[in-house]
Write a protein that binds this ligand. Structure first.
Ligand code: NAD
Ligand code: UFG
Length: 334
């Protein structure tokens, strides 16, 4: 009996796979390596001290994905596989809808055929759009502003409808806030393709000299210092949230549940710059520039539901997130 981890060699999938293996779960990873490297498999084995099966398979490839279900007794699926760059999704909507939405449809169709009806899905705080108030609760209205976000919301709705049609399905939608940090070993972390879009990788690239300075996208938002506020969460805390979700999905009767995975604390861009400088004893050069189109002023979670129903809380603080990010960058990003 194994948990199938799609996208398991990616940033969040690799950290989650290590934690699953460490607690004795059998896992099978499927990834097409479009945004990760095969070497990650050895790192996962080294950091967990356990072995697992890996298939280089695209979830759109029905025949080969089905082989994974034929060759293994898959009891639950944690579904990370997907394309995730907001800007790119505006330029390539067809690729994003096809990969994320069609890929998920292929996956759930095979799951149904093999009578595997438990799925934990990687959703995002982006499904809340620009929230009317803060902190954000799971029952807030949902809306999106870009194709990437729309794929997440569409998949949430597809999974919810599948569950409604057949009460044997158990669906958990995990809405991640802003995952940062890296494994404490410094062996694995986030390695974006090209120039990073996200704040923490960008700061790391400035720190190691790959980029000259950080552009702070606006200081005229209605926040404590005018810069954008987000709920940053350590990727290992996020990974541990998936273990709790697996526990829950094994116990729950049929149904769909959404959970915010965030800390509940919002930090501004300048808070992050200062925390990174202090944690790592470095200076980060920055310039204030205009707002980035599509950005919202502030976004942070109310994580109470995850605490009460999953027994999960984030425990790693911002200093740890900044230290672990830099620890990985200085070792591996050249
Ligand atoms: P990632 O790109 O590091 O990992 C995704 C993995 O999926 C990659 O290894 C990639 O090769 C694989 N993949 C993509 N399409 C595939 C396909 N068709 N078939 C097989 N494998 C495929 O991204 P991540 O940051 O680890 O994110 C994991 C999930 O969490 C994604 O679904 C993402 O949308 C979601 N998410 C991420 C964030 C974030 O800020 N990192 C926030 C909210 C939600
Ligand atoms: N920012 C800068 N300069 C940069 C990059 C970011 O000032 O070079 C600012 C942004 O304006 C924002 C904050 O830093 O105020 C965070 O930006 P990120 O790009 O790191 O993260 P976002 O909140 O915009 O979006 C991320 C993912 C989305 C996901 C969302 C919620 O990119 O896919 O978190 O999980 F949906």
């Amino acid at each position: 009996m194994s948990i199938l981890v799609t996208g398991g060699t990616g940033f969040i999938g690799s950290h989650t796979s290590i934690e699953l293996l460490k607690r004795g779960e059998d896992i099978v990873i499927v990834d097409n390596l479009s945004n990760s490297k095969i070497e990650m498999c050895d790192k996962i084995k080294m950091l967990s001290g356990k072995d697992f099966k890996f298939y280089k398979v695209d979830i759109l490839d029905r025949e080969n994905l089905e082989k994974v279900f034929k060759e293994n007794e898959i009891t639950e699926v944690i579904h990370f596989a997907g394309l995730k760059a907001v800007g790119e999704s505006c330029e390539k909507p067809i690729e994003y809808y096809h990969n994320n939405v069609t890929g998920t449809l292929v996956l759930v169709d095979i799951m149904r055929k093999y009578n595997c009806k438990k799925i934990v899905f990687s959703s995002s705080a982006t499904v809340y759009g620009d929230p009317a108030s803060l902190p954000i609760k799971e029952d807030f209205p949902l809306s999106t502003t870009n194709p990437y976000g729309t794929t997440k919301l569409m998949i949430e709705r597809i999974l919810t409808d599948i569950q409604k049609s057949d009460n044997e399905w158990r669906v958990i939608l995990l809405r991640y806030f802003n995952p940062i940090g890296a494994h404490e070993s410094g062996e694995i972390g986030e390695e974006p393709n090209g120039i990073p879009n996200n704040l923490m990788p960008y700061i790391n690239y400035v720190a190691c000299g790959k980029l000259d300075h950080l552009n702070v996208y606006g200081n005229d938002y209605d926040t404590h210092d005018g810069t954008g506020v987000r709920d940053y969460i350590h990727v290992v805390d996020l990974a541990l949230g998936h273990l709790k979700a697996v526990d829950k999905i094994r116990k729950m009767p049929g149904g769909t549940e959404a959970y915010n995975l965030g800390t509940g604390t919002g930090y501004s861009v300048l808070d992050i710059v200062k925390a990174f400088e202090k944690a790592n004893n470095l200076k980060i050069k920055y310039e204030i520039t205009s707002r980035r189109p599509g950005d919202i002023a502030a976004c942070y979670a109310d994580p109470t539901k995850a605490k009460e129903e999953l027994g999960w809380v984030a425990t790693r603080d911002l200093e740890q997130m900044c230290k672990d990010s830099w620890n990985y960058t200085k070792k591996y990003i050249k």
